[in-house]
Design a protein around this ligand. Structure first.
Ligand code: KG4
Ligand code: ZN
Length: 334
């Protein structure tokens, strides 16, 4: 009988300190997430220096809590994994050093995971994926369309030419004076609004790239012009008009890639993939094409260590272990 593989994974690339034990890449045994949002909210965004200090303060507690929750000992594990890139360097370093220390002390393999690979494989938790497939990542730093011909191959079809979609959500939140993190708050406003503001067309070309800086500036000008004229801004409608506009852009480009590459499966991931309107719109588009769509539960869309454990299992199977000299990196492509 095949032995079950248990991996302890750690995520600390931005403002969440998280640890998770994942069995065979698809079963979440225990996950703990310590979010720093309440601290960063005071500053209107993540302060890198504060983030790394908080990771350092919390990491041991988060790991111990995860081990207790799983009722396991370090000796029971098969490997230790963590996010090593991309992200905030000081934050990444905390997770990388903690994981390397565990790997050294317990003499088990160390696996260095790219954060984006983690987002993608969040879809593996509870699901068996069929390849080839199209992967859409929508997060605070990325908006990527990636063709995956098999489990461990990544061919970029398109990406954002400027800002990521999450950045645009966060900026619109700031324009509307909504607190950090902006995405969920803009979504709440959009739910109460109508798409009554006319929005510009975004990058309507034949390729698979995205663009979000134009719409961001458009909303900024719209709101400030209204204020300057002494007009009342219909904030719920601004949020709804913006959300409909960026969702249509995502749906159009994703549909184009699915059709042109004749793909039958779509997986979505990243923090913005927890947005109900975006999930629903992509799902409707996939249904109309006869494409099967997977989306992680919302708790696995925003940063978490369970997705890092799922990705680490693929690397484990392929014996892609990392050296203990591995360093954190702020920017590495898949
Ligand atoms: O994947 P993630 O947690 O971190 C990165 O790797 O970037 O994504 C964070 C981004 C933020 O920009 C946040 O505002 C956005 O995801 N986000 C959302 C929602 N929840 C989080 N955007 C729109 N609607 C949401 N419900
Ligand atoms: Zn992320």
């Amino acid at each position: 009988m095949k032995k079950d593989i248990y991996i302890l994974a750690i995520e600390s690339s931005c403002d969440e300190t998280s640890a998770s034990i994942i069995k065979n890449g698809c079963e979440d045994i225990a996950t703990v997430i310590n979010s720093q949002i309440d601290v960063h909210r005071k500053y209107g965004g993540v302060v890198p220096e504060v983030a790394s200090r908080l990771h350092l303060e919390n990491i041991t507690m988060v790991i111990n809590e995860c081990m207790e929750k799983a009722n396991m000992k370090f000796e029971d594990l098969d490997a230790f994994a963590c996010t090593y890139a991309p992200g905030l360097l000081g934050s990444l370093l905390v997770g990388v050093e903690a994981t390397k220390a565990l790997s050294f002390v317990y003499n088990k393999p160390f696996i260095a995971v790219n954060h984006m690979m983690g987002h993608i494989y969040a879809n593996m938790i509870g699901n068996k994926l069929e390849y080839p497939l199209l992967s859409l990542i929508v997060s605070g730093g990325h908006t990527d369309l990636i063709l995956m011909k098999d489990e461990n191959s990544f061919e970029y079809l398109g990406q954002t030419l400027d800002d990521a979609i999450g950045e645009a959500y966060d900026k619109v939140a700031r324009i509307l004076s909504l607190p950090y993190p902006g995405g969920p708050n803009v979504e709440k406003y959009a739910l109460k609004g109508e798409p009554s503001y006319k929005m510009p067309k975004i990058l309507n070309d034949e390729l698979y790239n995205f663009s979000f800086s134009g719409i961001k500036s458009y909303i900024n000008n719209l709101v400030h012009n209204e204020y300057q004229r002494g007009n009342k801004v219909r904030e719920y409608d601004v949020a709804r008009s913006f959300q409909d506009c960026v969702t249509n852009h995502l749906v159009d480009k994703t549909k184009k890639a699915l059709v042109n590459y004749n793909l039958k499966t779509l997986i979505i991931s990243g923090g913005v993939a927890s947005n109900t309107h975006i999930r629903q719109s992509l799902n409707d588009m996939c249904n109309s094409l006869g494409v099967k769509m997977y989306m992680p539960p919302k708790k696995y869309c925003t940063d978490n260590a369970a997705m890092i454990g799922a990705a680490a299992y693929i690397l484990y199977k392929n014996k892609k272990f990392a050296l203990l000299s591995t360093n954190a990196k702020s920017n590495v492509k898949l």
